[in-house]
Design a binder for this molecule. Structure first.
Ligand code: CU
Length: 693
């Protein structure tokens, strides 16, 4: 880390003495563009300085974050979260190495190096990632672009920031050279933070450290464009207080290549990508160590991802046709051991393999300028398999032995053929009003955890409910039927875009009380042996569920100085086969922002209000939360054409509050009881400087 710091500091010096050249769009701020189908957050100079990309989603209608740690926020959209949402990272698909999603896909694009984050509003098109039952989020990091001249020009950005709530510090830079046919860029980032404070103490452990570097090259000749990109992400020790262990390290190598061809009325896009992710976590290096040395645990995991997307688009006078096929496969491994006992091991997942081969067709059609239609269909063929497993518990304890043998003797190969269909219609009734209706069928096959978890463990994709789970080799794919209605009104300086949605999910996958006697006996025996009181294990099962709600975003521009904007989100998720609510669904919430803009400075104040959440899941023993309000202020000042300084205070009133989507504390902490809900961060003063050339 020291080396990288020195390098970045030297780079900063080098550019500081360079003559300043004014660019055209220096320091675009976060702009959430108002479009019919998606919301785009441009981060070229975002004021927020959270190290977690997913936190930006709170600026998008319908989106939220399940917080498991400072780098481990799991995106939630209209009540669905995690693997139910499709993610694209610089054109690539990526599945985490952490069986508890300590490294959600968006953690591989740090906010400091992100250029934009796109969230599809409601039903995602079939042409974006393969499985999008709960929505689609597209992210792109900063890189160079071709220029219009043969002469090479250089450009770059340097960002540094510091914040008080966790003594966090960040240094990030990008430098690039480009002409009309080549571009090359190098980006690097280093960030760290200590345990975060709240008014009653500290959240332990919530420190983090991460470094990220990226190189990319692009080549353009006539109608052909080719680019390659390599990213290395190294996360050091980082807390995940809602889970049983903390991050020791993540080490990831991400590669992707892209070829694009622009023909007369048609274009071709081909992407090839892969990533190799390694991860270690323990329950003894960052949080207080377990007193009983036999309970120390280390879990070493990995994910190998590879895939491609090939699609062709044809444009005609009425719209466009797109057809394509794609493939993505992941192999996950996980080994648990104890440094105090070299004999102890548990193979959590042994070559748990999941591949999705997809083919899709999509058509956009414009009728007479008044109606616009999007229809699409996709077939995904999902194949899963896993190798036999073993572990010392299975060699010593009869119930664990029975679970191992049941798993090893079973047929662990499975395949699903899933059909997704989308139809969306916009009707432009006047210059100011456009009506919208969409219907869809969306599917998702089980995750490897849901299918292959053989021993009752908490490896659940980050549910963080404190329950142990076993997988289920007989799970069916989830199938959702969606309908959404809304309108986009743009009246003078006011615009508003509400959406009402309802979805019915057949075979929704969630944990239900297990009937497997071996699993029940195993957890009982472990409780007796370790003097713990873990509840009876759950087993992933197909149930029925429904989601409905409303989300709205709006903006009113009073004059060239003042503007007001806001969000309102409401979602309800419940079982439709029994009387229960779904787990970890965002409470109703709203955001109200006042902006004041001057030529070279601006100020904004934000009020965020969350209602209580009383619709909690009985099966997951979920606890209710009460509502709260937070105030945030921030501003920025353009010192020169190249240098911008920003400053802000989050949680100005130092409110003590509990975010319903942040889980329960699992680490011994004098300030928060184990099993109690974690508190949100206290007052945070931050500073940020951006230099661009
Ligand atoms: Cu982990």
């Amino acid at each position: 880390m020291q080396n990288l710091r020195t390098l970045l500091a030297l780079a900063f010096l080098a550019v500081s003495i360079k003559p300043a050249v004014a660019g055209e769009h220096l320091f675009d701020e976060i702009i959430v563009t108002e479009r019919q189908t998606k919301r785009v957050i441009y981060l070229e100079d975002q004021l927020d300085i959270s190290p977690d990309t997913s936190q930006l989603l709170k600026k998008v209608p319908g989106a939220n974050v399940n917080g498991n740690g400072p780098l481990s926020g799991i995106p939630q959209y209209r009540g669905m979260f995690g693997a139910r949402i499709g993610f694209v990272i610089n054109g690539a698909l990526l599945a985490p190495a952490g069986p508890n999603w300590m490294d959600p896909p968006l953690s591989y694009v740090a906010p400091a190096q992100l250029v934009k984050l796109e969230v599809y509003r409601g039903i995602a098109p079939v042409s974006v990632p393969q499985e999008t039952i709960g929505g689609a989020i597209i992210s792109e990091t900063v890189s160079a672009d071709f220029t219009n001249t043969k002469e090479f020009t250089s450009s770059g950005i340097l960002t540094t920031s510091a914040q008080s709530v966790n003594d966090g510090f960040l240094l990030s830079g990008l430098t690039s050279f480009a002409n009309n046919s080549h571009h090359v860029s190098i980006a690097a980032m280093s960030e760290e933070g200590d345990d975060a404070r709240f008014s009653g103490g500290r959240i332990l452990p919530s420190s983090y450290e991460r470094e990220r570097g990226e190189v990319s090259y692009g080549f353009r000749s006539a109608n052909h464009t080719f680019s390659i990109n390599y990213t290395r992400n190294t996360t050091g020790e980082a807390g995940t207080p809602t889970l049983a262990m903390d991050i020791d390290y993540f080490s990831g190598d991400l590669f992707n290549a892209r070829y694009q061809y622009e023909g007369q009325g048609w274009s071709l896009d081909a992407r090839l990508f892969g990533s190799e992710l390694h991860h270690g976590m323990t329950n003894y290096h960052l949080r207080p160590t377990p007193i009983d040395k036999t309970l120390w645990r280390q879990n070493t995991t990995s994910a190998e991802n590879e895939g491609f997307v090939i699609s062709g688009t044809h444009q005609d006078d009425f719209g466009e046709w797109q057809i394509g096929f794609d493939y993505f496969s992941t192999v996950n491994n996980s080994l648990i051991d104890n440094p105090n006992n070299t004999m102890f091991f548990v193979e959590g997942f042994n070559n748990a393999t999941r591949s999705v081969s997809g083919v899709f067709a999509e058509h956009q059609h414009r009728f007479s300028g008044k109606f616009q239609l999007e229809i699409g269909a996709r077939i995904n063929y999902v194949k899963m398999s896993a190798d036999a497993v073993d572990g010392t518990p299975a060699r010593m304890m009869p119930p664990a032995m029975a679970l191992r043998d049941q798993f090893n003797e079973a047929d662990r190969d499975s395949s699903d053929t899933n059909l997704d269909m989308v139809a969306k219609l916009w009707h432009r009734t006047s210059d100011t009003l456009s009506l919208y209706a969409g219907i869809a069928q969306k599917t998702r096959s089980p995750s490897f955890q849901e299918r292959f978890l053989w021993l009752p463990l908490q490896a659940t994709g980050g549910l963080a409910d404190g329950f142990t789970y076993t997988g289920n080799l007989d799970l069916e794919a989830e199938e959702s039927r969606d309908i959404e209605l809304g309108f986009d009104l743009i009246y003078s300086r006011f615009n508003i875009s509400p959406r009402l949605f309802y979805r019915e999910v057949r075979d929704f996958i969630q944990g239900t009380p297990t009937e497997n006697q071996a699993a029940l006996m195993f957890v009982n025996m472990m409780n007796l042996r370790n003097r713990t009181d873990n509840p009876n294990p759950l087993r992933f099962n197909n149930v029925d569920a429904e989601f409905y709600g409303l989300d709205i975003d709006w903006k009113y521009t009073l004059n060239e100085n003042w503007s007001f904007s806001g969000l309102m989100n409401y979602v309800r998720g419940k079982r439709s086969d029994v009387d229960d609510n779904l787990y970890r669904v965002a409470p109703a919430n709203m955001t109200f922002v006042v902006d004041y803009e001057k030529e070279n400075w601006n100020l904004n104040a934000e009020l965020v209000a969350y209602a209580s959440q009383n619709h909690v899941s009985l099966i997951n023993s979920e606890e209710t939360t009460t509502g709260y309000e937070l105030m945030n202020i921030s501003g920025s000042y353009l010192v020169t054409e190249n240098l911008r300084l920003s400053m802000g205070v989050d949680n100005v009133l130092d409110e003590t509050y509990q975010d319903h989507l942040t889980g329960y504390n699992r680490a011994r902490n004098p300030d928060i009881v184990v099993g109690g809900r974690l508190y949100g961060y206290g007052r945070n003063v931050f500073l940020k400087a951006n230099y661009k050339w």
